[in-house]
Design a protein around this ligand. Structure first.
Ligand SMILES: *[C@@H]1O[C@H](CO)[C@@H](O)[C@H](O)[C@H]1NC(C)=O
Ligand SMILES: *[C@@H]1O[C@H](CO)[C@@H](O)[C@H](O)[C@H]1NC(C)=O
Ligand SMILES: *[C@@H]1O[C@H](CO)[C@@H](O)[C@H](O)[C@H]1NC(C)=O
Ligand SMILES: *[C@@H]1O[C@H](CO)[C@@H](O)[C@H](O)[C@H]1NC(C)=O
Ligand SMILES: *[C@@H]1O[C@H](CO)[C@@H](O)[C@H](O)[C@H]1NC(C)=O
Ligand SMILES: *[C@@H]1O[C@H](CO)[C@@H](O)[C@H](O)[C@H]1NC(C)=O
Length: 584
């Protein structure tokens, strides 16, 4: 396997002695990037919306999270390359209690738009598959979860992918995808009162005109939308008008951005947003899937990519096509971003020290029972205690959203990675289980668990390692039966390390070891990445994490996690081209 380490830094461009003198120091401290690789925010990060806030000299992006909680992340960057999670807009169930009623595995918080005006961050988002509500969140401090308000709600069913735009007179307008048309209405930011709906544009004929964003420039209103569905036919198109309500003149060279009908490794390009950098250069973010033309093997789902754009006065914007290696007028390298979250490409090394809290980028599927996750409980320092849920990850047929499963996860953000956790677990009753999972939805996940398979009357202990596959995704082939192996006698009562590793671009290994002897790990099974591509999670992306369950039984034995590690070991950015995941 090719493992190229790209040199991302070019030397500072200095042409005169005077400039050298003036710029030598800052140049050395902050070299200029000329190249970068896509995706800029890897892993499941669909529907990006980004802004530059000049006052903070910082770029901010948000992406979709659906049922994940905390949800609606705000990523910040000063160089467009290193992105740090600085807050989660949805950080308390009381903000959107109705999210707990969404049964659809791909419902929830959808396709937000992030904007900044009058010293305030504004975010509009739809709750799909729920009560048909949309929400306006605001905050004056993007680095602080608690600064995000309890949202202003507005009912709009159907209606998704809300955009927020202010006209010159200060009136706020929300633009949404609705019944195959882009609609718009005036919006009262204080009360949530909506003006009458106006139909704007329905695109150039592609299915599902959606993801609208409105911009005003040089006396034109521009309406940029996605069309063709968020799959292989995904495109971004644009139209403009001298009037906010049209008539719309479509860009003669639409689509503005797409990889449709190409054999590019990056597919499904669309759902874009435009912003200007500190030097007033234009850029676009969009979603894209690293699947190749076949569009079958894509465990990480739809990720956030960045392309340079130009937009001359009175002209149409022109966007570079999405590729793995890009060149553009990047800001200087600068990782000095405020906030206490992790950079998206930073490894996890969590020891759950006493007094520490659960890191911001660890997520639950819907609202958790907070008492099920305890950092360093009495008598168990440097562990995360999981209290088992009665339901296992799959749950029952109706997947009762209000009865949470005990499951804590992070995104797979690298093509190649290793994720592992030590488990201290002494199951007292039959079917008590804890383990690691590679998760796409409750109906599609691959688990390696430590489970008590003894029947109440058996004399033999049968603590086992069980590998199970739920759902098939894009996998076609014989059914994959569970693999069960007894936990070796020498391991009884000792901490066991379970590991998931993407060994190559198509396969994961699931292995177990005595925590004290991690080098002697045994691979229990391999699984194809096709199993967590598509299927019930066509819009989500893979996560890895740990769970604890009694599988419907009476068990209440806690599981104690320690040494939570995740490390990226390579990003595929083109067919057979893998670059370093290094955090730089
Ligand atoms: C676009 O919408 C108009 C009504 O607003 C309708 O008459 C027209 O047929 C639509 N075109 C397409 C391609 O759907
Ligand atoms: C893409 O569009 C073509 C032509 O309209 C259609 O045949 C195909 O089914 C579409 N593919 C998807 C994934 O929507
Ligand atoms: C497993 O479950 C059985 C049946 O409930 C129980 O007798 C046994 O003590 C449990 N633990 C072990 C280590 O086998
Ligand atoms: C990927 O790894 C799996 C499991 O070891 C192996 O079966 C498969 O051949 C590998 N694929 C490639 C392309 O090396
Ligand atoms: C998961 O829970 C369901 C419902 O309780 C049960 O039918 C299923 O067997 C469980 N899975 C395992 C592996 O125990
Ligand atoms: C749980 O406990 C109750 C009461 O002791 C018992 O009747 C029931 O069979 C147990 N359920 C399981 C799955 O063991």
């Amino acid at each position: 396997m090719l493992d190229q380490i790209f040199s991302m830094y070019a030397f500072c461009k200095v042409s005169t002695i005077a400039l050298v003198l003036a710029a030598a120091l800052p140049c050395a401290a902050h070299p200029q990037n000329t190249h970068y690789t896509n995706p800029i925010i890897p892993g499941w990060h669909s529907d990006p919306s980004c802004i530059y806030v000049r006052k903070e000299s910082t770029y901010f992006c948000t992406t979709s999270t659906f049922l994940l909680y905390p949800g609606i992340p705000i990523y910040a960057s000063k160089d467009l390359v290193s992105w740090k999670l600085v807050s989660n807009v949805l950080n308390r169930p009381s903000q959107v209690p109705e999210l707990n009623n969404v049964a659809w595995q791909q419902g929830g918080m959808y396709a937000a738009t992030l904007r900044y005006r009058e010293d305030k961050f504004h975010l509009v988002v739809a709750d799909l598959g729920g009560v048909g509500s949309n929400y306006l969140f605001t905050s004056s401090d993007p680095y602080n979860d608690k600064a995000w308000n309890d949202p202003v709600k507005f009912a709009l069913d159907p209606g998704s992918d809300a955009d927020l735009f202010w006209d010159d007179d200060g009136t706020a307008y929300i633009t949404v995808a609705r019944n195959g048309l882009i609609n718009q209405f005036a919006f009262d930011m204080e009360t949530g009162a909506m003006g009458p709906l106006s139909e704007l544009w329905n695109g150039t004929g592609g299915v599902y005109p959606e993801g609208p964003h409105m911009y005003k420039k040089d006396g034109y209103y521009y309406l940029m939308i996605a069309e063709g569905g968020t799959e292989q036919n995904h495109t971004e198109t644009i139209a403009r008008s001298r009037n906010r309500l049209g008539p719309w003149e479509a860009y003669p060279r639409n689509p503005l951005l797409t990889n449709r009908d190409t054999d590019q490794y990056f597919q499904t390009v669309g759902h874009a947003d435009l912003f200007q950098d500190e030097d007033y250069n234009w850029w676009a973010v969009a979603l894209s899937t690293r699947s190749g033309k076949e569009w079958l093997n894509y465990p990480m789902g739809r990720e956030t990519v960045l392309v340079p754009a130009t937009w001359g006065k009175g002209e149409w914007p022109v966007l570079q096509p999405v590729r793995g290696t890009m060149q553009g007028p990047l800001p200087r390298v600068n990782k000095n971003v405020a906030g206490d979250g992790a950079f998206v490409n930073e490894p996890d090394k969590f020891n759950f020290r006493p007094g520490s809290s659960i890191p911001k980028h660890l997520s639950f599927w819907r609202f958790p029972n907070t008492y099920s996750y305890t950092v360093s409980p009495r008598g168990h320092p440097n562990t995360l205690r999981l209290t088992p849920s009665s339901m296992n990850i799959t749950g029952t047929a109706d997947i009762q959203p209000s009865d949470p499963i005990t499951l804590i996860m992070r995104r797979q953000t690298d093509t190649l990675f290793t994720y592992g956790v030590d488990f201290s677990f002494d199951p007292k009753l039959e079917n008590e289980e804890t383990g690691v999972t590679l998760f796409l939805t409750q109906l599609q996940h691959i688990d390696l668990g430590i489970v008590n398979l003894s029947s109440p009357n058996s004399k033999e202990s049968s603590i086992s390692l069980r590998f199970r596959v739920e759902g098939v995704g894009n996998y076609v082939g014989p059914a994959i039966e569970p693999t069960t192996v007894p936990v070796p006698k020498a391991w009884h009562g000792k901490s066991i390390r379970l590991e998931i590793k993407a060994v190559n671009t198509t396969h994961y290994s699931f292995s177990a070891a005595l925590s004290a002897k991690p080098s002697q790990s045994q691979i229990i099974a391999y699984a194809k990445a096709l199993l967590v591509s598509g299927g019930t999670g066509i819009f989500t992306g893979a996560l890895v994490g740990a769970y604890a369950t009694s599988n419907g039984g009476n068990g209440t034995t806690n599981s104690y996690l320690s040494n939570w590690r995740y490390e990226g070991q390579g990003q595929e950015i083109d067919y057979d081209t893998i670059v370093s995941s290094n955090f730089f």
